[in-house]
Design a binder for this molecule. Structure first.
Ligand SMILES: Cc1cc2nc3c(=O)[nH]c(=O)nc-3n(C[C@H](O)[C@H](O)[C@H](O)COP(=O)(O)OP(=O)(O)OC[C@H]3O[C@@H](n4cnc5c(N)ncnc54)[C@H](O)[C@@H]3O)c2cc1C
Length: 563
């Protein structure tokens, strides 16, 4: 077994985790930054290619309070006002810090350039040209990590459990994927920065590392989850032809700018059938666009891959080249000639508004256990404002790193306890019967299909209950222990560990979706249309005696933010 010891343990090296590590090291702590993949390359951050919201007021007068008003409006009454305020108020500090670190935000006339994005009342988003925001952000943070002493970066380690002793987090255990060895990490404070859960869905914009591990880790450790029913779907995610190395949600701004046409298999523009004529400006709201595409496919008028066509063929080539820049040639390398052919698009799972419940210092209800980035729930309520997710990763990451460092600096030892770690380590000692192994690959595919078909953007109680019943059966099929041993890069064991978390997190999403008997933001119930004032509630999930327990609490009002 590999044994490590540190002051601050950061799990997940996306934007939030890297920022947390930098902040904790700046405050004098020894930091271990762990990722199941490559450092800075495993999650959503490096994949994002578009916009980052911040009220800089460089080109248009602005103030973080306007940004907050838009964030709260998008959240449909359910945002945690404290977290939302923290996000908007601290955005400028982080964006300017990234600018000083030479991330390369686009500039115009000597100012940082700010552009419009849906839901913002003014041009408020920075970006890095051309479709390079996420890669530039990740590279910049990786460079900072390299410059700061005291941060040890370890890739290919999958964290499987937080170790809790006497009610407090004292470290974590995991698996070194390359050697198959167990890893025990003692830490005075722990930050979960493992990103979102979109891998639960068949079509998603994320990576294989986004199966919601952090939610399961936090839940099993005794923390609460909040707003788990709210999964954001992006209406025109890329479907076909195959596109390599590009953001699957890249089409949106080009559609607004150039008037990309959404067409069904019969070549008709169909949006006006669903209550919103596009009237030439192509700003169909995300919910209507998602609904319209679903219904066209259902009616047998979908594209061959099961979505809609998005066409720019009516736009002059010179205009396409000007807008797409070098991207148009990258697309051509994948056989996509936008001057001659449409692409196929469909709604895809993109972001999760719910997550680990934290206070203003990013601490969960388990002392010494913090969370940051998309792993955190609450700031976006029922729906996230575009561009807020990368800002959230920076702001919450920095905050969690700083507060976790303060906690570690105040403690003399981690409080690690062998007995407390023993049950988590038991998973790796087990030598099971390989003949009895469930087909984990098939279970993964079934789980993704089940969630897409029964707990996707449009839900009914009947479908959700079917999903829950099947998820419970799948849990039994999976069993309590992985059935294989300690070979290096053992995919059967990795799938088993992933499924253990994914099945738990899927049940959280479905349970909360069954309970919420209304339609709000990203949670649309075909059998309960309309947003109801009596549902101005947040739902919190916790894990008691091996069962999920759900509590409802009135959503805090923005005026209560200064608590
Ligand atoms: C394609 C795409 C485009 C996007 N575009 C935008 C955009 O333009 N603007 C915007 O604001 N937002 C965008 N988003 C959302 C935004 O990128 C994410 O919300 C944000 O980057 C999340 O950052 P994070 O650090 O919390 O998580 P991530 O960047 O996802 O990092 C999480 C890390 O945790 C690791 N990890 C997970 N589980 C474990 C475990 N058990 N053990 C160890 N490591 C683990 C993963 O490998 C990963 O490296 C986009 C998302 C996607 C997928």
């Amino acid at each position: 077994m590999i044994q490590l010891e540190t002051d601050v343990l950061v799990i997940g090296a996306g934007g939030a985790g890297m920022y947390a590590a930098i902040a904790a090291a700046r405050d004098g702590c020894r930091v271990q930054l762990i990722d199941r993949s490559l450092i800075g390359r495993g999650g959503a951050t490096v994949m994002a290619q578009m916009t980052v919201s911040v009220a800089l007021g460089e080109q248009t007068p602005d103030h973080w309070e306007h940004h907050l008003a838009d964030t709260l409006a998008a959240g449909r009454g359910l945002c945690d006002p404290v977290l939302a305020q923290l996000l908007c108020q601290n955005a400028e500090l982080r964006i300017r810090e990234m600018d000083a670190w030479k991330v390369g935000w686009a500039r115009e006339n000597g100012h940082l350039k700010q552009v419009y994005a849906p839901g913002h009342d003014r041009a408020r988003c920075v970006y890095v040209d051309f479709l390079n925001t996420g890669p530039a952000v990740s590279r910049t943070l990786r460079t900072q990590l390299n410059r700061i002493d005291g941060i040890r970066r370890i890739g290919d380690v999958l964290i499987t459990d937080i170790v809790v002793h006497q009610g407090e987090a004292v470290g974590a255990v995991g698996l070194h994927l390359l050697t198959g060895e167990a890893v025990a990490l003692q830490a005075k404070s722990v930050v979960i920065a493992t990103g979102g859960l979109t891998r639960l869905y068949r079509r998603n914009s994320g990576s294989l590392n986004m199966g919601g591990d952090g939610y399961a880790l936090a839940l099993r450790a005794g923390a609460e989850l909040v707003d788990m029913e709210f999964v954001q779907f992006f209406p025109i995610g890329h479907l076909a032809p195959r596109m390599i190395g590009m953001d699957p949600i890249m089409w949106d701004p080009f559609r607004y700018k150039l008037g990309g046409r959404l067409l069904n298999a019969e070549g008709e523009e169909f949006a006006d059938r669903y209550g919103q004529a596009e009237s030439g400006n192509y700003v169909l709201t995300r919910d209507v666009a998602t609904y319209a595409i679903y219904k066209e496919v259902e009616a047998g008028r979908g594209s061959p891959a099961g979505g809609a066509y998005l066409s720019f063929t009516h736009v002059p080539e010179a205009e396409l080249r000007k807008s797409f820049g070098p991207v148009i040639d990258r697309l051509a390398k994948d056989g996509i000639d936008l001057t001659k052919m449409p692409v196929e698009v469909a709604p895809i799972a993109h972001y999760h508004m719910g997550g680990v419940r934290v206070d203003a210092s990013m601490e969960t209800r388990v002392p010494n256990l913090f969370a940051a980035g998309e792993a955190v729930g609450g700031a976006s309520g029922a729906n996230r404002l575009s561009g807020n997710a990368i800002t959230e990763a920076f702001v919450f990451g920095e905050r969690a790193g700083t507060t976790a460092a303060a906690r570690a600096n105040a403690r003399t030892a981690s409080g690690w306890n062998e007995k407390a770690a023993a049950s988590a380590l038991e998973l790796f000692k087990h030598r099971g019967n390989t003949a009895a192994v469930p087909n984990t690959a098939a279970l993964l595919v079934e789980l993704q299909a089940l969630m897409a078909d029964h707990a996707g953007p449009f839900r009914t109680e009947e479908k959700l209950r079917l999903a829950l019943a099947r998820l419970e059966q799948m849990q039994l099929q999976l069993g309590a222990l992985p059935a294989t041993g300690d070979e290096h890069y053992n995919m059967l064991r990795l799938d088993w560990l992933d499924l253990r978390n994914m099945l738990l997190v899927a049940q959280c999403v479905v349970r909360a979706a069954i309970e919420r008997k209304e339609s709000r933001g990203a949670h649309q119930r075909e059998d309960c249309p309309g947003m109801l004032p009596e549902w101005n509630l947040n739902q919190r999930l916790s894990w008691r005696d091996g069962e999920l327990s759900l509590a409802r609490v009135p959503a805090a009002r923005p005026a209560e933010a200064a608590r």
